[in-house]
Design a protein around this ligand. Structure first.
Ligand code: UT7
Length: 317
């Protein structure tokens, strides 16, 4: 399913921010408790360190959400809806977005979206739709605390998964949306490749098969989103992929004909933070001056489901 925004009322990203737990876990730390080593992890994944914190999904969401609202020059009162993309809500219910809404003093509604590692791009598409139908400001947050659902002694998954958060404020503007297009997908027949059961279940993954499927999903939804936006890869200044594995990112970039100097990468320092990884990688690239007003961004992700999501976004904060 994909869409180009054609209504007269669009959205613009006016605020953005990220948050990470304080506690850094290096590959060398992991090698002390499991049969792995730094060089293997770097060679197979590109990851050097990650954050596993005591901070909850609520805590990280409040930190990045508050900073994004500040940056937009708004207060909680101005936000109509909180959309929190997460696979790791703090409780079965209520939605973690509700407790975030309260902590941020937001008057409007709040709900969670679970599309695994594609969640943030799903959240942006949802937020853009809400702006198109009347909301003034929507806070889209992607937060995951995967250390809570990872077997921290399983070398097949513990080396990858981590905690983090990123937020963006979407604000209404007249005219076309700066979320120029989106392409969202799901193939539930592949559920067995990556899942966690309820009641304390930890992530189970068939790594090689996820790897293979991931590249195809990112490439297909990226091409679809670019086609819907009427642009090609040459028009894109920054590709912001889900931060799962540097080899997946390189393979997808190659098939999209995107040179790696156009690609945002932060997984070396963050690991795979699921819903948080696209806004974390974006925040990192933006802070480094790698995107300028008027330029186009391609965000693309995949994850459990298997879900997939890409969006073309005009950067004009
Ligand atoms: O958001 C989506 C999340 N998931 C993903 O994106 C996962 C995608 N898949 C991957 O990133 C990769 O499949 C992994 C990084 C998980 C694994 O890399 P791989 O190149 O597919 O390695 P492998 O599973 O084929 O394992 C190769 C060898 C095996 O040993 P043998 O059988 O060749 O003797 C593994 O037992 O490496 C061994 N191995 C390890 N060695 C050291 C597996 N994990 C580790 C480890 N440290 N952590």
């Amino acid at each position: 399913m994909s869409q180009t925004n054609i209504r007269g009322r669009g959205s613009r990203i006016t605020g953005w921010a990220t948050a990470l737990p304080d506690d850094v876990v290096t590959n060398h730390d992991l090698a002390k408790t499991m049969d792995t080593d730094h060089d293997w992890i770097v060679e197979r994944t590109g990851i050097h360190e990650r954050r596993w914190g005591k901070e909850s999904t609520h805590d990280l969401s409040v930190e990045s959400g508050r900073a994004a609202i500040d940056r937009a020059g708004l207060t909680g009162d101005d936000i109509d809806i909180v959309v929190l993309a997460t696979t790791t809500p703090d409780k079965q219910c209520p939605a973690t977005a509700s407790t975030v809404q309260d902590s941020l003093g937001i008057a409007g509604g709040a709900f969670d979206v679970n599309a695994a590692c594609s969640g943030f791009v799903y959240g942006l598409a949802v937020g853009d739709g809400m702006i198109a139908t009347g909301a003034e400001n929507v806070l889209v947050i992607g937060t995951d605390t995967l250390s809570n659902i990872t077997d921290l002694e399983d070398r097949g998954t513990a080396i990858l998964f981590a905690d983090g958060s990123g937020s963006m404020v979407l604000s209404a503007q007249d005219g076309p949306s700066n979320i120029m297009s989106w392409s969202l997908g799901s193939d539930g027949s592949l559920e067995r490749l990556l899942y966690a059961e309820h009641h304390g279940g930890k992530l189970q993954m068939v790594g090689k098969e996820v790897f293979r499927a991931a590249v195809g999903y990112m490439v297909n939804t990226s091409r679809d989103a670019m086609q819907k936006a009427g642009v090609t890869i040459d028009d894109i200044s920054l590709v912001v992929p889900h931060q799962a594995n540097i080899r997946i990112i390189e393979a997808a970039a190659k098939r999209l004909n995107a040179p790696m100097d156009k690609v945002a990468v932060c997984l070396d320092r963050t690991g795979n933070t699921s819903s948080a990884s696209v806004p974390l990688a974006f925040g990192d690239a933006e802070a480094d001056g790698r995107i300028q007003p008027g330029e186009l961004i391609l965000m693309t992700g995949f994850g459990a489901g298997m879900s997939s999501a890409s969006a073309v976004v005009r950067w004009d904060p």
